[in-house]
Write a protein that binds this ligand. Structure first.
Ligand SMILES: Nc1nc2c(ncn2[C@@H]2O[C@H](COP(=O)(O)OP(=O)(O)OP(=O)(O)O)[C@@H](O)[C@H]2O)c(=O)[nH]1
Ligand SMILES: [Mg+2]
Length: 502
């Protein structure tokens, strides 16, 4: 039985036990619904970290409000639908549809005279490909200037008694602050109840500003991200850290022909002249006027790409980007967007059902604990049984424990253990550190070698008791890899079907 179907049956059982309690039923039905929907990924971080800009880059359109408007203070959901629609849910009263209004290509939310504080949430349904695999939730900045707004996001993402409204989080930060760690700890512990799993990705955002907009800014940002990746306080809380120039990513995904032509004009200038122009925003605007690019156009280019993006764009055209499409692809790649999307695929999509099942289990666990009823003890037993059998959940728990240094494994094998349980991605080749295109036979033999090694460790009397359990989880992961390579199947059943060891 897959995680989801076992959890779904348990939720059905719970619906029977709480039959006459509408509030509990609604909560339980909500968890069941979440199992069937795409993964919910929140974009979170401190105020002005670049969350909405990044979200637009992922969606590929400028639909989330960025900058300073009122609507940046409202929690906004972006769900896949074939027909665009925006619905506002007020704190009091019935939901209402908002008009689909665009200004300069950007979508603007017209609240119809309401204040942002009167709106509980906005739901945007939008036909964007990336929303098919995950529902994105844009959240107002944590530790924002307005305490009320900050508290809104914190309550939403890290509530006291229920699991988080998000199954996973992309957390943006410009520098690592104590409050980032505090938030990520709360997200891990609340969302996962007592399970202690890790389900966040960190983005070092606005990476173009790290090197003051110089062309090598992204390299400097990568070095900072590398440092954060090994930072002891962050390692146990996030699966990975990635630098990103979100503004560049957003603008490359929506690059216009006229912008491409402006880059071509800049690339055609004599070198010293161009470099002088690109020294500051003011010089750029003045210099553009001499080239027949109006002040408005020059400012728009800066707003959309930043000085770094303008520098990089014209350098890429000089380097041979021969069309708007070619330039857009190259800018998106350099911005870090492609890597982030690949990471989301590896770490979130591939674990989607596990993460959703985990949310539902955490919700049910909290509900049974706070509202025990005659017969509800059986639900607790059911939760424990699923958790013990749901190997993917145990992998996520172990990952968090290994990374926070709680497991007394010899350091020589810790990195391999992390990788085998999916720390670098859950695909077999990723777990075994093999090239993506290797044959199934190669995967099988590599997995068998690992299996032997980890079995030997579990049988070694010198291995500490605390480490033994970890070795058993890793062994189980190896068994699954072998079974999968042998049967070509992709689930826990593969092991049982192969007559293996569970
Ligand atoms: N240079 C640069 N500016 C950026 C980048 N990402 C966002 N910005 C700018 O930073 C400002 C804030 O960006 P938003 O995307 O609105 O940030 P946010 O985190 O959603 O802000 P709040 O929702 O208000 O907390 C805007 O003016 C963006 O244009 C980036 O990668 N580079
Ligand atoms: Mg925002």
């Amino acid at each position: 039985m897959t995680d989801s179907s076992a959890v779904e049956s348990l939720l059905q059982e719970a619906l029977g036990i709480y039959e006459n309690e509408p509030t509990m039923r609604t909560e339980l039905e909500g968890y069941a619904q979440r199992l069937r929907e795409p993964l919910r990924v929140a974009v979170a971080g401190m105020v002005k970290a670049g969350k909405s800009t990044l979200l637009n880059a992922i969606i590929g359109e400028e639909i989330a409000p960025t900058g300073t408007g009122e609507c940046t203070r409202i929690i906004t959901w972006y769900r896949y639908a074939q027909t665009p629609r925006i619905t506002a849910y007020p704190v009091d009263g019935e939901p209402s549809l908002l008009p689909l209004t665009r200004v300069d290509g950007r979508l603007v939310f017209d609240l119809g005279g309401r204040q942002a504080s009167e709106v509980e949430r906005i739901v945007v349904e939008w036909p964007a490909e990336n929303l098919r695999r995950m529902t994105l939730i844009d959240t107002p900045g944590i530790a924002s200037l307005s305490e009320g707004v900050s508290a809104l996001s914190t309550r939403f993402l890290t509530p006291q008694d229920t699991p988080s409204a998000a199954d996973a989080v992309i957390y943006l930060m410009r520098h690592l602050h104590a409050s980032d760690v505090t938030f990520l700890e709360a997200f891990r512990d609340t969302s996962a109840a007592s399970t202690g799993t890790v389900n966040a990705l960190a983005v070092l955002s606005r990476a173009d500003e790290v090197g003051a907009g110089r062309i090598d800014s992204l390299i400097s940002a990568s070095k900072v991200a590398d440092r954060y990746r090994t930072d002891p306080s962050l390692r146990a809380l996030v699966l990975d850290v990635l630098p990103m120039a979100g503004l560049l990513a957003q603008s490359s995904r929506t690059l216009r022909q006229a912008e491409y032509e402006a880059f071509v004009a800049l690339a055609g200038l004599e070198r010293t002249q161009r470099e002088r122009m690109l020294l500051s925003a003011d010089r750029f605007v003045t210099g553009c006027a001499d080239q027949g690019i109006s002040e408005d156009e020059a400012r728009a280019l800066l707003d959309r790409f930043g000085l770094f993006g303008v520098r990089l764009g014209s350098a890429l055209v000089r380097g041979g980007a021969g069309s708007a499409t070619a330039l857009a692809h190259e800018l998106a790649r350099r911005s870090g967007l492609d890597l982030l999307l690949a990471l989301v695929t590896r770490q979130f999509d591939a674990r989607s059902s596990t993460l959703r099942a985990r949310t539902a289990l955490a919700g049910l666990e909290a509900l049974v604990r706070t509202h025990p009823r005659a017969g509800s003890a059986v639900l607790g037993t059911g939760i424990e049984r699923i958790k013990a059998n749901a190997h993917e959940i145990r992998e996520l728990q172990l990952l968090s424990a290994l990374r926070s240094g709680q497991v007394p494994l010899p350091s020589s094998v810790t990195a391999d253990a992390e990788r085998l349980i999916g720390g670098s991605g859950v695909a077999p080749a990723e777990r075994l550190a093999l090239a993506p295109e290797v044959s199934r036979e190669e995967i099988r033999s590599a997995a068998l070698a690992e299996l032997d090694r980890w079995r030997a460790l579990t049988e070694n009397p010198l291995v500490d008791r605390g480490a033994l359990e970890a070795c058993q989880v890793v062994t189980r992961s190896c068994e699954e890899l072998v079974a999968r390579a042998e049967t070509g199947r992709h689930s826990l059943e593969a092991v049982t079907a192969a007559g293996g060891h569970s």
